[in-house]
Design a protein around this ligand. Sequence first.
Ligand SMILES: Nc1ncnc2c1ncn2[C@@H]1O[C@H](COP(=O)(O)OP(=O)(O)OP(=O)(O)O)[C@@H](O)[C@H]1O
Ligand SMILES: [Mg+2]
Length: 379
Amino acid sequence: MGKSGFLLTPVMGGQFVGRKQVLHELVKELGNQKSHIGFCLYGKRRVGKTSIIMEAKELLKQKSDVVVTYLSLYDLPELTIKALVEALTESLLTAYQASGKLPLKVKVKQLLEAPWEIVLELLKNSKIEAQVLDNVKIMWEYRHKDEGAEYLKYSFNLGESLAKATSTKCIVMLDEFPEILKIPNGLQAVKMLRTQYEVQNKTALVISGSIRKTLDAVALSEASPFYKQLVPKHVLPFTLEETVEFLKLHSKDNDKKEAEKLHELTGGSPFYLQYIGRASGYSGGVDSAIKIFIEQEGDVFFKEEFEKLSEKEKTIVAALSNGNMTLTNIATELKEPITTIGRYMPILIEKEVAVKESRGTYKLADNLFGYWLREKTSN
Ligand SMILES: Nc1ncnc2c1ncn2[C@@H]1O[C@H](COP(=O)(O)OP(=O)(O)OP(=O)(O)O)[C@@H](O)[C@H]1O
Ligand SMILES: [Mg+2]
């Protein structure tokens, strides 16, 4: 496959690699009418969270009694409750319309903007139930108001009432969910959603985000509103098998050794795998692909990160770029007291630049960063 086959955006279908277990679990649970269990996907930036939930959404299309709606809080025009309510309402109605369960003959956006008499006429023609009608009326009224946090409740319950009215299950996927905490009174909004979620039984919620601290605040820590309400799923980088599968999909030769080398250098980051592919096409083997990537993109990726470090940190990081090291090794190489190195190491770990390996050895968290640094310092 040519370079154009590499994507920096979320992938689905034929481009989607691996993740069998988590996908299986998501699809099985979310597809089950009797289950109300939701999920919280978390993991580092660009590890593949959005791809997993989008792929689950695709797979769930095979179930005619399940309607899935996906909304990323990054895509809101502004971070306000009003923007969230409008986006959620529109996205729910659009999902039900697209599934054929809500036979509306107009675009949802137009529906919510039309005068109420017309909306009523349109909805009556679609033979939807009174409960849904009431809910749509509330949402319609809200369009013409400036505020009202309680409307988030109605918006969230619109999915539940659509589900009940159409004998379906409604899956609400909210990507980049922790963004909600940036809205004034965001945490209260989350608590309210939780309270509603507890009494719903035809809705399942899937949230996702990358910043551990904010996800802790909404779902993972004991004090958070969604604690034990959503099954946490830690999304990790690709396993070696998944990296092998990726390389097989994208290049003709599938040498296990080559794949191992690529896996080691990228740490199984699907984003790196795609990016390196885009730069190189993997046509000349892994060594050449990495070389091309570092030459073309290395500075873009790593320069800023490196420049942010203090002078002392830079020398330690440069030492670590040559491989795993003990504190003593580094101290000897840099002609510094061991205690000095020992003081800096926790800082580098905190910054996620270095990681502790077993038996008191340390290494860089990102092997490609080390590769780039070696190239730079050898010139
Ligand atoms: N299963 C997969 N198969 C192939 N490529 C993938 C897979 N998952 C992710 N990628 C690639 O990795 C990159 C990041 O994917 P994605 O946007 O899904 O991650 P994310 O964790 O949602 O990122 P962010 O933190 O930016 O929201 C993209 O380039 C995407 O194409
Ligand atoms: Mg994402």
